[in-house]
Design a binder for this molecule. Sequence first.
Ligand code: NAD
Length: 337
Amino acid sequence: SPSKKSILITGGAGFIGSSFIPYILRTHQDYHVINLDKLTYAADLARLRDIEHLDRYTFVKGDICDRKKVDQIFSEFQIDSVIHFAAESHVDNSILSPDHFIKTNIEGTFVLLESARKFWNPGFLKSKNTRFYHISTDEVFGSLGPEGHFTENSPYAPNSPYSASKASSDLLVRSYHKTYGMNTLISNCSNNFGPRQHHEKLIPTIIRKAIAEEPIPIYGDGSNIRDWIYVSDHCRAIDLVFHKGQSGDTFVIGGNNEQSNLQVAKKVCTLLDDLQPRTSGSYKELITFVKDRPGHDFRYALDDAKVRKQLGWKPLEDFESGLRKTISGYLKKIQKV
Ligand code: NAD
């Protein structure tokens, strides 16, 4: 039936996708989710343990750059919507070796758009019932000074190979809307955090190093500012954008929670001091400043009035309670090993 949606979710074994899939399966009982993931180092299928047995969930191991495979998935599962998370996502890796970022983030997005265009053309391409939604980042806008906020109208000015590749994929998606009338959506979100994030990212690194009694590396003088959003708040926003956004819409999504990297490190250490005290002193003593990341953006901050006003969304998790859950999750995980 037309209400029974068949949604291709790419990168669903990653940090955010694996939080989103259980969410959408729970909130929309008639949806079938097909999760296409290459299972790179960043993936972990164990994140999907709670839902993997459902009939409404299908996992396909594969690469979004593989045209044949993607075409085949569209026809086999009669895909009517795409929510595209799959990407190389770690800025530091993009500085060391950008190749995978260009391949997956730009070419992979192009392959998905092309498959969708061919499969939905001509009857469904502009239809309300087909949607192509790209999950993107606020890093496409580049860096802010101490003042101001990014909005949906901010110019693109990416500074790392990662953000340049995400900016490119956003622009490709935009062009498929403008040129072919494809029913597209883009959201640009700030830094996500929460339990089960890959250990390479900032907050897991702080926890991991602290517990190991090793220096906690903080870039430069720690003054770089990011906006932090708890992953489940992002997932609620994605659900709303997917269902209520207009064709061609873009939204910025933030946690209204600006923190310098040093503040984040200190907060995590304070919570750890409480949850798993050191034999003496505070974990804060382990904080060590290291050579800054090249092209390190100074500040990201968002004015997300549009998603708040138009879709009635706001973040619900406060930073400290979100950090507590993240730390507890991490401690549980390492105790199991
Ligand atoms: P992640 O690195 O945790 O997960 C990415 C997933 O994509 C992994 O499961 C990986 O196996 C899969 N993947 C990578 N290359 C693939 C390919 N060629 N084919 C198929 N699957 C592939 O990333 P995340 O943190 O969950 O981020 C998801 C999306 O959200 C990304 O597009 C990212 O740019 C965007 N985003 C992330 C954040 C954040 O703070 N993490 C913020 C804003 C936007």
